[in-house]
Design a protein around this ligand. Structure first.
Ligand code: 5HY
Length: 244
């Protein structure tokens, strides 16, 4: 069996549990999910500053996962923070939930919509569409205009807003699939797919199955070229723990 490390880059334990449950719901019988989050950092990731802080925690967790011998790593935040840096550190596959969900959407529809949290994070999704080459596949992006942790406040308001945005996207965007733009929405995909009759895709579960596929194909992060391990050099202060 194999172990897949699923990293919630924010420090919200409730969201880590939501993410872990989504990962476990699709994991193959022989796959163990190791759900983690950084010891220190940001409680939610809602912009460029938060992403920069969260990326350090992602790298610390990837290093721990590599030392524990995990068979792959999932970065369970829709901004995929630290993705390429993590691939330099890792010897196994590293997949972000945004790229995973976007890839899956292109396999079932010619165009997809994205539903995320705060309007200010729409630009992050746009940057990823450009980076991954999916701009022409994305018909529209929507935000529920609630903070990320509203998904964990127990009121159900954020979940209702996600549902409303998905219904609007299905009716207005001309897209055949919808990508959920937050790790905290991971538990909503199955029910929304059934209720709305359109593929609603969660990147956490998509990424877990992609890691299992890469493992089954004997494929892992290429260490030939720019994703080779970082060049050795003395790292000072808090970064010393990355040395060696
Ligand atoms: O960008 C967002 O809205 C969602 C993103 N932030 C976060 O803390 N986890 C996420 O998936």
């Amino acid at each position: 069996g194999c172990i897949i490390q699923v990293i919630n880059p924010n420090t919200s334990r409730a969201m880590t549990e939501t993410i872990a449950a989504a990962a476990r719901s699709v994991a193959a019988p022989g796959t163990k999910i190791l759900a983690v989050c950084p010891q220190e950092g940001v409680p939610s990731i809602e912009g460029h500053f938060d992403e920069a802080i969260a990326a350090i925690g992602v790298l610390q967790q990837v290093k721990l996962g590599r030392e524990a011998g995990v068979s792959g790593h999932v970065i369970a935040c829709f901004g995929d923070p630290g993705l390429l840096a993590a691939r330099e550190l890792a010897n196994r596959p590293v997949i972000g939930i945004a790229e995973a969900a976007m890839h899956m959407a292109t396999l079932v529809a010619t165009r997809f919509s994205i539903v995320t949290t705060l309007p200010r994070t729409l630009v992050i999704a746009r940057h990823l569409l450009h980076q991954y080459g999916f701009e022409r596949h994305c018909a529209a992006l929507h935000a529920i205009d609630l903070p990320v942790l509203a998904l964990e406040d127990g009121s159900g308001l954020a979940q209702q807003k996600v549902r409303e945005q998905c219904i609007q996207a299905k009716q207005q965007d001309g897209s055949g699939a919808i990508v959920l733009g937050c790790g905290g929405m991971a538990d909503l995909a199955r029910e929304l797919t059934l209720e709305l009759g359109i593929p609603v895709i969660d990147g956490v579960s998509a990424a877990v199955k992609m890691i299992e596929s890469l493992n089954a194909l004997g494929l892992s992060t290429s260490k030939h070229g720019d994703l080779d391990f970082p060049r050795a050099k003395p790292l000072s202060g808090m970064f010393g723990s990355f040395s060696g």
